[in-house]
Design a binder for this molecule. Structure first.
Ligand code: F6P
Length: 539
């Protein structure tokens, strides 16, 4: 049988070579074997039973992919031989898996007492105390006043942050926000158009400002924070304005230097990466509009997925299966992109959230040993909610020259009464998955169709179904993707927890900015920007 003679080798530096052997064999298998059209695969007996798994409130259906039993078995061996289980255990034990920054990646400790209790007592107590403080703030905001100052109204929250310091709370509020008071407004990109309009509409005496920045050095966030606090101080005076300023950060010295009261500061440990910070105090504004109970359920849902990831066999393990499907599409089939289409308007920010999680984590080309990788890593991830996406992206998905595997995310029970609307929504999702897989050939005699109206099919997708959109199921879903990304990083032998690629542009922007404000000498010739800077100046 194919692959039967694959050597089992356990030494670390040989993983890599062996992974390459596995990938090559799988690639060859994918070309050599009688690859059935997806439309035929779908009709194999027990196709759904063999290529779907559930955990908690989630179902993962990967039956509309080109995987067969043999390919899946070999992918599972690849995962085992890559050390997925050992790496997972090291992650949860708090080993410094983010070795380029010499720290662990323990965002799971923010949602799971089991993981928290593995930490040193002092650290665990600080995390727990910080969480209590955050919940206290959230409860006060939800009740419409400043913490400990019932006479000081809070009707609006301006949350300032970017990347992981805004995507999580925004997603949570859209998905699970139950009240419209306080009303939360987000400022992220440095563009002042939206900010100026927002401030013109708000009363500073009813507003709090949350500055969320782990580093407290992010230029966009600090510029917004300075401007918003100028506005507030002008109206209320320094002391009252300071009472309305809250910060969430890991850089306490910078927070203090900015003028945030210690009592209004929430701490973000350095072992919680920005794109993994939805579970932390960064979600303060979201906790205020979801309510404490819902926020705790959200954390608990993620902790349940952590436990599943830690304990389920590889063949039953949702994050592992999703990662292996990802590896199949990226490294065996050579697909360069991946679309995520949630069929629930409340989940409209999931693609943006996953873009950062996936691409900032696994957009790497140097392996853990410092060598350039010789295989593809992160695909380009993008998406927007269905059915809107059907009227923009899907033409290319059905008939374009590139194949883009899709993740459809659907919710079985809606939280509204319009059963017909929900049936239409889910029918559209299932129709798209079917049409992509089978094309016109599966549905009618293609000879009867003009060539322009034919669709080739063979376009893979996964369906992730939630029973209902609850805090718990959303926690499970996001933790599922986190661990999927982690498993892929292990197989690719890369560090998913740093993001040095973002830094260079930040540094260059700091030196280009003075040139735009009248000092052209600030920009070195070597940047090749003189012509465009002159153009901007002359206009
Ligand atoms: O975009 C890079 C990044 O460092 C992200 O990882 C992070 O989520 C974002 O910037 C914001 O960083 P900070 O929270 O330090 O302001």
């Amino acid at each position: 049988m194919l692959f039967a003679g694959m050597p089992f080798n356990t030494t670390k530096d040989k993983y890599h070579i062996m992974n390459q052997d596995f990938l090559q064999l799988l690639r060859k298998y994918n070309t050599d074997s009688e690859q059935k059209p997806l439309s035929e695969r779908l009709n194999e007996p027990n196709r759904f039973e063999n290529f779907s798994k559930s955990a908690g409130n989630l179902l993962l259906d990967f039956s509309r992919t080109g995987l067969d039993q043999l390919a899946l078995a070999q992918l599972l061996k690849l995962a085992a031989h890559s050390g997925v289980e050992e790496s997972r255990d090291r992650l949860f034990q708090g080993v410094a898996v983010n070795f380029t920054e010499q720290r662990p990646a323990l965002h799971m400790a923010m949602r799971s007492d089991e993981v928290l209790n593995n930490l040193a007592t002092e650290t665990a107590s600080r995390v727990a105390a910080n969480k209590d403080k955050m919940i206290g703030f959230a409860a006060a905001f939800a009740a419409g006043h400043l913490p400990g100052e019932t006479g000081q109204p809070v009707k609006h929250i301006i949350h300032i942050g970017i990347g992981g310091s805004v995507l999580g709370p925004r997603l949570l509020i859209e998905a699970l926000g139950k009240t419209s008071s306080p009303q939360v407004h987000f400022l992220s990109s440095v563009d002042a158009h939206f900010r100026d309009g927002l401030l013109a509409d708000l009363d500073p005496a009813e507003t709090v400002v949350i500055v969320a920045t782990k580093s407290f050095t992010t230029g966009e966030t600090l510029l917004h924070a300075r401007r918003v606090m100028q506005w507030m101080r002008l109206e209320l005076g320094r002391d009252a304005a300071e009472h309305r300023l809250f910060a969430i950060s890991g850089n306490m010295a910078a927070v203090e230097a900015f003028g945030v009261r210690q009592a209004n500061t929430l701490y973000l440990p350095d072992w919680v990466g920005g794109r993994y910070s939805i579970w932390s105090a960064v979600s303060l504004a979201a906790a205020a509009v979801m309510g404490e109970g819902a926020f705790s359920e959200f954390l608990q849902g993620a902790a349940d997925m952590d436990r599943h990831f830690q304990t389920a066999e590889l063949a039953d393990n949702l994050p592992v299966l999703m990662a292996l499907t990802g590896i199949w599409h990226r490294n065996i089939c050579g697909y360069a992109a991946q679309a995520v289409i949630p069929y629930d308007y409340r989940l409209r920010s999931v693609p943006a959230y996953l873009q950062q999680l996936v691409m900032e984590s696994n957009g790497k080309s140097i392996d853990r040993d410092g060598n350039p990788v010789s295989y593809a890593t992160s695909a380009v991830l993008f998406g927007e909610p269905g059915t809107d996406a059907q009227h923009s992206l899907f033409q290319m998905f059905h008939q374009g020259t590139d194949i883009v595997p899709l993740d459809f995310i659907g919710v079985i029970h809606p939280d509204h009464e319009d059963a017909e609307a929900h049936a239409v929504l889910l029918a559209n999702m299932l129709a798209q998955a079917t049409a992509l897989a089978t094309g016109t050939a599966g549905l009618q005699n293609p000879d009867e169709l003009d060539i322009h109206r034919q669709m080739p099919g063979g376009r893979p997708s996964e369906i992730i179904l939630m029973d209902a959109l609850t805090p718990s199921s959303l926690g499970q879903l996001l933790a599922l993707y986190e661990h999927k990304v982690f498993v892929e990083s292990v197989i690719w032998n890369i560090n998913p927890f740093d993001q040095f690629g973002v830094e260079l542009g930040k540094v260059l922007a700091t030196s280009i900015q003075p040139a735009l404000q009248g000092n052209p000498e600030a920009v070195p010739e070597s940047y090749g920007l003189n012509a465009i800077l002159n153009y901007i100046k002359s206009h």
